[in-house]
Design a protein around this ligand. Structure first.
Ligand code: PMP
Length: 456
């Protein structure tokens, strides 16, 4: 009896010491965060993390501690540092909110920061909204979505992407965002690792951070046409790696991977038994050859889709995920817990929207991107001509250029643009959205040109 008490006291003392050390470590992380901010360095530093990981693995072997356990503990610590250093990170959303409050004060702002189509949803949406009451879609329903809607989605997806999908492979969610959150938080556990290729939409990382999952970042560059190297991805994989996230056509770069590279990445994922979360919400806006991850028929792939961009239905909050029945079951549990189900009237309206032809939306965005491309070239911006999506991700060739400062100053001059930093370590980049009519975009680009020549 006294033995166990002694051991327990010893364990308590060790735990208290660990808590004290955690406090010391968090304080140091904060200080490092301040220094990084003052010298304009991004939060995550893969190289340093990798060095520490190597040292820890060496010690782990020497002292005979389980490597997976040590690595999970390290991942927890690294995530905590990222959390304390990421406070006040500025993204396109913070610029958008600032723009909105300036507008309330009466200032005119041209919105080139948001990824929200300015055009209306298909005409049938209006009609369906008025039908929905009489049709009787207004009750609680299945968390995975209405069978009729999932059947329509299965047919739509099968035809569009030339695959065989049944309604059992589909879960309806309030926007792709929730499907992404759901896939990450139900399939991965704290301490697991997930690979994200940057630049990327920030929510993949934020979802991971929220669930205690460690993100391994693969940085791609404009010089290498935003293509990740398979070797680099391979090197980032270890026994804790559970998922890789893909998003092509990409937000913010507009990149579509060459088919061979995409094949190689999927093969690598298969070899390492990784989930592939493929966010394909910009597939409607693919200009060049693009192949859905569904075409690989990989049981551990989760493809997310949405009505937000393709059907200009951002405010309706409706999207869906396509995956194996096994994964659907896990995601359904979380959706039932959080939301019961996506609003039935909205599901009905989205089902009707599937009947509409949205090809004019793609043509419209494409012609705006062509125009933006021409203008941005004239202005001497460096960028890759987008293969799809709705954006241009451009480098500003100026010493010590700071996208966040630039975006904030630009608001004063009447344009809102997204700083590159919101998408990873891309301080000298800005993202310009093609979500306004051509005349407004031209006006916005003109203002941007003036601001740039002022700071030359
Ligand atoms: N994925 C990407 C790449 C996005 O850019 C966005 C929205 N900007 C979303 C997902 C979220 O879409 P939804 O409105 O369907 O939640």
């Amino acid at each position: 009896m006294s033995d166990i008490n002694e051991l327990r006291n010893e364990m308590d003392a060790v735990t208290l010491e660990m808590i004290n050390l955690l406090k010391t470590r968090t304080d140091i992380a904060k200080q490092i965060g301040e220094v990084k901010k003052s010298i304009g360095k991004g939060v995550a530093d893969e190289e340093r993390e990798e060095n520490l990981r190597r040292k820890i693995m060496k010690v782990t072997q020497e002292i005979g501690l389980d490597e997976t356990l040590a690595s999970k503990f390290l991942n927890f610590l690294l995530n905590e540092s990222i959390k304390v250093q990421s406070e006040n990170k500025q993204t396109h959303l913070s610029i958008f909110l600032k723009a909105k409050s300036l507008e309330q004060e009466g200032k005119k702002i041209i919105h080139m920061e948001v990824g929200e189509p300015d055009f209306l949803p298909p005409e049938i949406v209006k009609k369906s909204l008025s039908e929905v009451f009489d049709e009787g879609f207004m009750k609680y329903g299945q968390a995975r979505g209405m069978p009729k809607f999932r059947e329509a989605l299965a047919k739509y997806v099968s035809q569009k992407f030339n695959v065989e999908i049944t309604q059992e492979n589909i879960i309806v969610s309030p926007g792709a965002r929730f499907s992404i959150f759901s896939a990450i938080s139900t399939l991965l556990n704290p301490g697991d690792e997930m690979i994200v290729i940057e630049p990327s939409w920030p929510a993949y990382k934020d979802c991971a951070l929220n669930s205690g999952i460690k993100v391994r970042t693969i940085n791609t560059t404009l010089e290498k046409k935003w293509e990740p190297s398979v070797e680099e991805i391979k090197n980032a994989i270890n026994s804790n790696t559970k998922m890789i996230v893909l998003n092509y056509p990409n937000n913010p770069t507009g990149k579509i991977l060459p088919e061979k590279l995409q094949d190689d990445i999927i093969n690598l994922a298969k070899e390492n038994d990784l989930y592939v979360l493929s966010d394909e919400i910009y597939s409607q806006y693919a200009k060049n050859n693009w192949k859905s991850i569904l075409s690989y028929d990989y049981e551990k792939s989760i493809v997310t889709q949405s009505f937000s961009k393709s059907h200009a239905m951002t405010g309706f909050r409706v999207g869906y995920a396509i995956t194996s029945k096994k994964i659907i079951e896990k995601m359904v549990k979380l959706e039932a817990l959080c939301l019961t189900n996506v609003s039935e009237p909205i599901q009905y309206v989205a089902m009707k929207a599937l009947e509409s032809d949205t090809s004019s939306n793609s043509k419209l965005i494409q012609s705006r991107l062509d125009m933006l491309t021409e203008k941005a070239n004239e202005m001497g911006l460096e960028f890759m001509i987008p293969d799809g999506a709705m954006y241009i991700f451009a480098k500003i060739n100026q010493k010590d250029f700071d996208g966040v400062k630039f975006a904030n100053n630009s608001l004063e001059k009447g344009i809102a643009i997204a700083p590159g930093e919101g998408f990873g370590n891309y301080k000298n980049f800005i993202r310009i959205s093609a979500c306004q009519d051509e005349k407004t975009l031209m006006e916005g680009m003109h203002i941007l040109g003036n601001i740039m020549s002022d700071i030359q």
